[in-house]
Write a protein that binds this ligand. Structure first.
Ligand SMILES: Cc1cc2nc3c(=O)[nH]c(=O)nc-3n(C[C@H](O)[C@H](O)[C@H](O)COP(=O)(O)OP(=O)(O)OC[C@H]3O[C@@H](n4cnc5c(N)ncnc54)[C@H](O)[C@@H]3O)c2cc1C
Length: 281
C-alpha cells in the first residue's frame, strides 16, 4: 500500500484530492486497528505526522486556545492545557496506555468520531470549534454540527482537520469516565461538566450513551431554574441527585458487549451528580 508523507497541509490536501480512496493517518492507533482487521482497505495512505503546523498550541485571542490536530495526548496531559483546559487534560490522561497517548492525537479522536472518544464530551461541553482545510477553502464548524452519528462526521474527503478552538472558561471543569477497569479502557459512560462563572451557566456533555455525544440541555436549564449558579454557591445533595437523574433521562444508551443500557444510565446519574457537587464544593 503506497504511503505519501505530507510535510505541509497544502501537500496533504492536494494528495487527498488526487487520491479519492486514500486515508489520512496521524498516530495510527485507530486506523491501523481497522486495517489489521480488514475493516478498511485504503488504496493509499497519506501520513500527516510530519506536518509541524498541526502540532502547535496557540492563543489566537484572549478567550481561545487553539490546539493543532496533531497534538498527542501525552502533550495534552501537560501545561498549558492542564491549567487552561483542565477537563481536556483529565480526559487525555484516561486514554489507553502511555504508548497510545504518545502516538494518538486530538485530530485522530475527531477523525474516528466514536461516541466513546474521550476528548469529545470536553469539546461539546466547551462548545469547541473544528477547523477544516480543503484544497480550495478553509472552514470552521461547531462541534455540535461536526459529529452526526456513530463514527460519522461532516468532514469531506478532501479536507483535513487542522485544529480545534477551545474557549477559555473562568470557572470549574471536570471529566470523569466509567469503564470495566481502571486503565487501558474504552469508556462505558463518560461526562464532562463545565461551570462557567462568567456566563453563570453549567454545561454537561455525555459520552458512550448515544450515537453522538449528548448535551444535557434539559438538565442544564432545570439547574438554572432552581439555583443562581453563582461562584461560591453550594449545591444541595438533593439538587445534585435530581440533576444526575435528569442527565440520565437525556442519555440514550444501548446494551452491548461493554455494558447494559441500565448500568450506563445509572453511571451517568452518578457521574453528573458528582461532577456538579465538585464544581460547587
Ligand atoms: C489499545 C488502545 C486503547 C485506546 N484507548 C482509547 C481510550 O481510552 N479513549 C479514546 O478516546 N480512544 C482510545 N483509543 C483510540 C485512539 O487511540 C484515539 O481515538 C486516538 O485519538 C486516535 O488518534 P490517532 O492520531 O492515532 O488517529 P489515526 O488512527 O491516525 O486516525 C484515526 C481516524 O481519523 C482520521 N484522521 C486522523 N487525523 C486526521 C486529521 N487531522 N484530519 C482528518 N482525519 C484525520 C484517520 O483517517 C482515521 O480515520 C485506543 C486505541 C487503542 C489501540
Amino acid at each position: 500500500m503506497p504511503m505519501i508523507i505530507a510535510t505541509s497541509v497544502e501537500s496533504a490536501v492536494s494528495a487527498l484530492r488526487d487520491h479519492p480512496d486514500a486515508r489520512i493517518i496521524q498516530g495510527g492507533t485507530d486506523l491501523m486497528v481497522e486495517i489489521n482487521f480488514n475493516h478498511v482497505k485504503p488504496s493509499t495512505m497519506i501520513s500527516i505526522r510530519d506536518i509541524e503546523s498541526l502540532k502547535k498550541i496557540t492563543q489566537p485571542s484572549n478567550g481561545i486556545i487553539r490546539i493543532g490536530s496533531g497534538v498527542p495526548y501525552s502533550q495534552l496531559e501537560q501545561e498549558p492545557i492542564l491549567s487552561v483546559v483542565p477537563a481536556l487534560a483529565q480526559a487525555s490522561r484516561t486514554v489507553g496506555s502511555p504508548q497510545i497517548r504518545a502516538a494518538g492525537t486530538l485530530g485522530g479522536n475527531l477523525g474516528t468520531c466514536s461516541p466513546a472518544g474521550d476528548t469529545l464530551p470536553v469539546m461539546f461541553a466547551l462548545d469547541a470549534t473544528v477547523h477544516l482545510q480543503s484544497p480550495s477553502d478553509a472552514r470552521e464548524v461547531a462541534i455540535h454540527d461536526f459529529m452526526v452519528g456513530v463514527k460519522k462526521n461532516i468532514r469531506r474527503h478532501d479536507e483535513i482537520i487542522t485544529a480545534v478552538d477551545f474557549p477559555i472558561v473562568r470557572g470549574w471543569q471536570g471529566y470523569s469516565k466509567v469503564g470495566v477497569r481502571n486503565a487501558m479502557v474504552i469508556s462505558v459512560a463518560s461526562a464532562c461538566l463545565v461551570a462557567d462563572h462568567n456566563e453563570g451557566i453549567v454545561r454537561l456533555a455525555l459520552g458512550s450513551v448515544g450515537p453522538t455525544i449528548i448535551r444535557c440541555r434539559e438538565a442544564e436549564s432545570w439547574l438554572h431554574s432552581v439555583t443562581s449558579l453563582q461562584q461560591g454557591e453550594k449545591i444541595s445533595s438533593d439538587i445534585a441527585k435530581e440533576f444526575g437523574h435528569r442527565a440520565a433521562k437525556e442519555s440514550s444508551p444501548i446494551d452491548d458487549h461493554r455494558s447494559t443500557a441500565e448500568y450506563r444510565r445509572h453511571a451517568i446519574s452518578v457521574l453528573a451528580s458528582r461532577l456538579l457537587t465538585k464544581a460547587y464544593s
